[in-house]
Design a protein around this ligand. Structure first.
Ligand code: FE2
Length: 309
């Protein structure tokens, strides 16, 4: 029997859970309640939690293998399974990875086994702003016409890490192909799977891909599919990347000396759904991928030019 109280906070998604202290061991009954709530509401907030790094990792590991963050800079010195999203200087130097995530995305979609659950713990927050928005991708899929759904079911999307990625990460994850429509392994529901790393569709030209990507992204982020979370210090939030996209809103003073926004992050690895993208088709991103694989720019351009002619 669980004492957890669940209060929906958005029409599209989101619930606040109270009546539980996550710094204490999690009972099986509470775990089951939380998992069911997550399947129903997709994003959960546990306000007012006092959590150590180990508490965060212990909780996350109940939901699956926790990412070791081996390709991520700015791991927390106390526990490398935790990373920091922060507007504060790191090791005495300013850094700007806190600007990441300001386009709609699903975490680490550039990997064959993208993140299933992301967990964020708010340590410092501006008085106002620094919000995160989430969009329900079940709704996005379910509101597309059956004719277009049938077409989209056949498509595979090329996901490519953005240019601002570290060289280490870009080399490790050159490009990956995912189905455009994902079936959630727990709920069996279909969801649109897109995000800022989606660059085109396998077998389609750039001219064909881009307008469809633009349309689907606009549709997937319609206001009625969105919940906007205004953070409070000690909020512990988790969400399911397999049926949500999210975006970090730059709605606060990000200049040096501005208010701090500091969160601790932990990622639960998801199932493998992708395959490596190796076909050179003449897309501009083929050149980018070839460069990342250590091929010289001239060689890469020659390969891409030959395949597109
Ligand atoms: Fe993210």
């Amino acid at each position: 029997m669980s004492d957890i109280k669940i209060r929906p906070v958005g029409y599209a998604l989101g619930a606040e859970l109270s009546g539980i202290d996550l710094s204490r061991p999690l009972s099986t009954a509470d775990f089951e309640t939380i998992k069911r709530a997550l399947q129903q509401h997709l994003m959960l907030c546990f306000p007012g939690q006092q959590l150590s790094r180990d508490n965060i990792v212990d909780f996350a590991s109940r939901f699956g293998p926790v990412d070791d963050n081996s390709t991520v800079k700015h791991r927390d010195p106390e526990n490398p399974r935790v990373t920091m999203l922060s507007s504060k200087p790191f090791a005495g130097k300013p850094w700007d990875t806190f600007k990441n995530g300001d386009h709609w995305h699903s975490d680490r979609s550039f990997r064959p086994d993208p993140t299933a659950y992301t967990l964020l713990y708010a340590v410092e927050m501006p008085d106002v702003g620094g919000n995160t928005m989430f969009a329900n991708q079940y709704m996005s899929y379910e509101t597309i016409s059956p004719k277009l759904q049938a077409f989209l079911e056949q498509l595979e999307t090329v996901h490519l890490q953005t240019r601002k990625a570290s060289a280490m990460m870009a080399k490790q994850f050159p490009a990956v192909v995912h189905p455009l429509i994902r079936v959630h392994p727990d709920t069996g529901r279909k969801a649109l799977y897109l995000g800022e790393h989606a660059r085109g569709f396998v077998g389609m030209t750039e001219e064909e891909s881009q307008p469809l990507l633009d349309y689907l992204t606009a549709h997937a982020t319609r206001p009625e599919f969105v919940y906007r979370h205004a953070w409070h210090v000690n909020d512990f939030v988790m969400w399911d990347n397999r049926c949500l996209m999210h975006i970090a809103v730059r709605d606060y003073d990000m200049s040096p000396g501005g208010p701090a926004r500091h969160l601790l992050k932990c990622s639960v690895q998801g199932e493998s759904i992708g395959r490596w993208y190796e076909t050179v088709t003449g897309h501009k991103y083929d050149l980018e991928i070839a460069e990342r694989s250590g091929v010289s720019q001239d060689q890469a351009a020659a390969v891409v030019g030959a395949s597109s002619s």
